[in-house]
Structures are given as C-alpha cells and as structure tokens.
Design a protein around this ligand. Structure first.
Ligand code: HEC
Length: 179
C-alpha cells in the first residue's frame, strides 16, 4: 500500500474514534450539573411523599418524576432516568444508553459516570443509580400488601422489585447540545 493510500484509509477509520474527540472530563461535569436538579428535587418529593405513607409516595414517583425531568430539561438539554428492569415502560432506554446499562449491570468495577458522542450535535451523559434503604419500600423483595396491590394495578408489567440496598438500579441520563 502506498503511503497516501495508507493515510487515506486511516482517515476513513476516524469516525470510529469519535469518543476520543470529546473532552470527557468537561462533558462529565456538564452532565452531572444537568441531572443534579432532577435528582435533588426527585429525592425531596420522594422523602416528602413517604412521610405521608408509601401509597401516597407512589404519586411522587409517578406524577412528579416526569414533571421534574421536564423542568430540568432546559436550553436544549434533556434529562431523565431509565433502567434495565423497568417499572414504567415509558421510561425505556434509548439505544445509546443500552451499552452503559449492560456494562453497569455486569461489571461492578465500572459503575462510574460516562459520556458518549451520540451524533455530531449531541453528547450523552449517564450516571448509575444505586438502591438506598428507602427505595426498598417500593423496589425491594417484600412489599407491603396494599403497596404491592397498588403497584400491580398501576404497572402490570412491573419488573423493578427484588432489589436490596446497594444494588445497581438504573441510570440518570442527559443529552447535551454540543455547541
Ligand atoms: C413510594 C414508592 C417508591 C419509592 C420509595 C421509590 N420508588 Fe422508584 N419508582 C416508583 C414508581 C411508582 C416508579 C414509576 C414512575 C413512573 O411512572 O415514571 C419508579 C421508577 C423508578 C425508576 C425509573 C425506571 C423505571 O423502572 O420505570 C428508577 C430508576 C427508580 N424508580 C429508582 C428508585 C430509587 C433509586 C429509589 C430510592 C432512592 C426509589 N426508586 C424509590 C416507586 C418508588
């Protein structure tokens, strides 16, 4: 192969190296900042809801979570959460998130925030969510009967039970405009 042909074929490979073209540290910081208000307000709504009782708190997750995600999605940024085992199918992961979910689920050593170039204009950010003691009320192995009945009624395809504190539960994600 001539030198020119070699160079040309190397250039042809460049798109495959897109990951290296983004400044990971910078985008991780931007992503963490983007999901922070969503995380914070959601936790607050959950804790407040739980004070009134777990069945009331379901509405904090059901009604408030999509609203809070919407409110935190400003200036071209989108945020949300998803999981490999969904309670609400509306929270299904997008294609770009799925390799992160797989890695997080199978490799406890690699449960760190991550970034990826989704397309020329968008960077994706993800961070793992872990089960805390307060989460097992609604995502644990043994749920109170009234709570369990309510969840089955609202989410007939619920897969998000059986968790213990410390388990990997899903991700917060952000789509960040690149400019
Ligand atoms: C009061 C019950 C309750 C508690 C406590 C609770 N959740 Fe949930 N969780 C829900 C409900 C209901 C949904 C579905 C929300 C919706 O309809 O979008 C949900 C959805 C989720 C999702 C989105 C993916 C999916 O499966 O649809 C994640 C991630 C999640 N919960 C994590 C947690 C974590 C982490 C905690 C603890 C900090 C927690 N939850 C505490 C009830 C609860």
């Amino acid at each position: 192969m001539s030198r020119v042909a070699l160079l040309l074929s190397l250039f042809a490979l460049l798109p495959a190296c897109d990951r290296s073209k983004i400044n990971e540290a910078k985008w991780k910081e931007a992503g963490a900042e983007a999901v922070l208000p969503f995380k914070k307000n959601l936790k607050e709504a959950l804790v407040k809801g739980l004070e009134e009782g777990p069945t009331q708190a379901i509405s904090a997750c059901r009604v408030e979570a999509p609203k809070l995600a919407e409110a935190a999605s400003t200036g071209g940024i989108k945020v949300g959460r998803t999981s490999q085992k969904l309670r609400n199918p509306n929270n299904a992961s997008k294609l770009w998130m799925q390799s992160f979910l797989r890695v997080y689920e199978t490799d406890p050593e690699r449960r760190e925030p991550g970034v990826v170039l989704i397309d020329d204009n968008t960077v994706g950010y993800v961070e793992p969510i872990f089960v805390q003691p307060l989460c097992v009320t609604c995502h644990g192995a043994e749920l109170a009967p009234d709570l369990s009945a309510k969840l089955t009624e609202l989410y007939p395809e619920d897969q998000a039970t059986g968790y213990a504190a410390g388990d990997f539960r899903g991700i917060f994600w952000a789509e960040l405009p690149r400019k």
